[in-house]
Design a protein around this ligand. Structure first.
Ligand SMILES: [Zn+2]
Length: 414
């Protein structure tokens, strides 16, 4: 039996552009719709079950209905029998199973973190996605073996779709193709009608050949004034081009909202409102440009850090506390710190480096020279960019000092 994803040491997410034929596009679109349909059916069944269970008197018709719904809930065959159009549209049972799993994990997430909210209906949108597991029939794994696989460096075969051309950074994986397992794949259509394929990959060996140790460790402080300051005092500024395009994006989004409102007032369906649709594509394109630029920036900074240091230490993002501060929450979402940290994590795997996160407690308030902790009315605020330690007299630049403390905490973990 081939190894499962969870048993493998290294994991990597590969995203590629997908170039389906028009027939394949139709099948993909049907699967996206079916996936949303199955998800929404689970939401509806659970809602009805909840309401029926409020009936405390034993009524046969209610009991029968509860029994029926419970049977139907996890039975893909029944779903196909009730909605025969699903089978005719090239929809795989795997897609439905996967949508149900997504629904169940949405509930799990809700139970763990109540802020995430209960699963709700997914509305039909211009963008959408569906997922498929990858199966291996033989005991052998590999990029070119499973039900979703590469047939050469530029083409994949996907279950239910056949051969499709891809473009992305997959080529270098072929040095080690026979050791890589493909996990769940996600096929996505964005709001502008482009198609993408994401693959979860697992391997027992690092995805890139481990780079030589460089005898260097670094701590990084993520803050609001710049993108980051490291323990050597190097500052990476927030990218400027991003801010420039954001103004334009906000303006176009206002126009879009206005057109939506006008169409509603005139009782026209949005899909028939030509000006609205034109604007929707324009906004989606701008959003993609912003996302691409942000990603390029995050990739550049994370790769540089990982390649130049054996150990990179950052603070855990304390989302709950940080998000309470609205301005801070905005900038976290803006600069993509969370994405950045996940890039550092998988690139560390990729290059055989180490990335750790540490508790952010007191990293700003501690003197990195003597260990004195500022407290009470001495406590530094966001406005204090520079300070002098009252105990040892050392002069500090706040973020640089914090980065040094973060590094020290990371080294203490090793
Ligand atoms: Zn001091």
């Amino acid at each position: 039996m081939a190894k499962k994803m969870a048993d493998l040491n290294y994991h990597y997410g590969l995203k590629m552009r997908l170039f389906p034929s028009s027939a394949q596009k139709r099948v993909i679109d049907n699967n996206i719709n079916a996936s949303r349909f199955a998800y929404n059916e689970m939401v509806a069944i659970d809602k009805e079950l909840y309401a029926l269970r409020q009936v405390k008197i034993p009524i046969t018709i209610v009991q029968d209905r509860i029994e029926y719904l419970q049977r139907r809930k996890n039975n893909t065959q029944m779903l196909f029998a009730i909605h025969p159009w699903l089978a005719g549209a090239g929809v795989g049972t795997d897609v439905i199973d996967q949508a149900r799993r997504a629904y169940q994990s949405a509930w799990r997430l809700f139970r763990q973190v109540h802020r995430s909210g209960v699963p709700v209906f997914h509305r039909k949108r211009a963008d959408g996605s569906y997922q498929l597991p990858t199966r291996y029939t033989k005991s052998k794994i590999g990029l070119m073996e499973g039900s979703n696989r590469f047939i050469d460096k530029k083409h994949v075969v996907l279950s239910g779709l056949g051969k499709i051309r891809v473009s992305g950074s997959q080529k270098r994986l072929f040095n080690d193709a026979e050791n890589i397992r493909v996990g769940t794949i996600t096929i996505r259509r964005d709001a502008t009608g482009q198609y993408f394929l994401s693959m979860q990959l697992g391997s027992d060996t690092p995805f890139a050949h481990a780079t030589k140790p460089v005898q260097s460790a670094v701590g990084i402080d993520l803050n609001t004034e710049n993108f980051l300051t490291d323990s050597n005092g190097i500052i990476v500024l927030n990218p400027r081009y991003y801010r420039a395009i954001k103004g334009r994006l906000a303006k176009e989004q206002r126009i879009l909202a206005r057109r939506r409102l006008r169409a509603k007032k005139e009782h026209r369906a949005l899909r028939n409102a030509k000006n609205y649709q034109k604007q929707r594509v324009l906004v989606a394109n701008l959003q993609r440009i912003v996302a691409n630029r942000r990603n390029a920036f995050l990739h550049l900074v994370s790769t540089t850090l990982i390649k130049n240091h054996d150990l990179v230490v950052a603070e855990e993002l304390r989302s709950k506390n940080m998000l309470r501060n609205h301005a801070l929450a905005m900038s976290i979402a803006d600069v993509g710190w969370r994405t950045f940290l996940s890039m550092l994590a998988y690139k560390a795997d990729l290059y055989g480096r180490q990335f750790v996160t540490v508790d952010p407690r007191n990293t700003t308030q501690t003197c990195s020279d003597c260990g004195f902790v500022m407290s009470g009315n001495q406590k530094l605020t966001l406005a204090d960019r520079e300070w002098t330690c009252p105990q040892c007299g050392a002069f500090h630049i706040r973020d640089h000092n914090a980065a040094k403390n973060i590094l020290a905490k990371g080294l203490a973990l090793n």
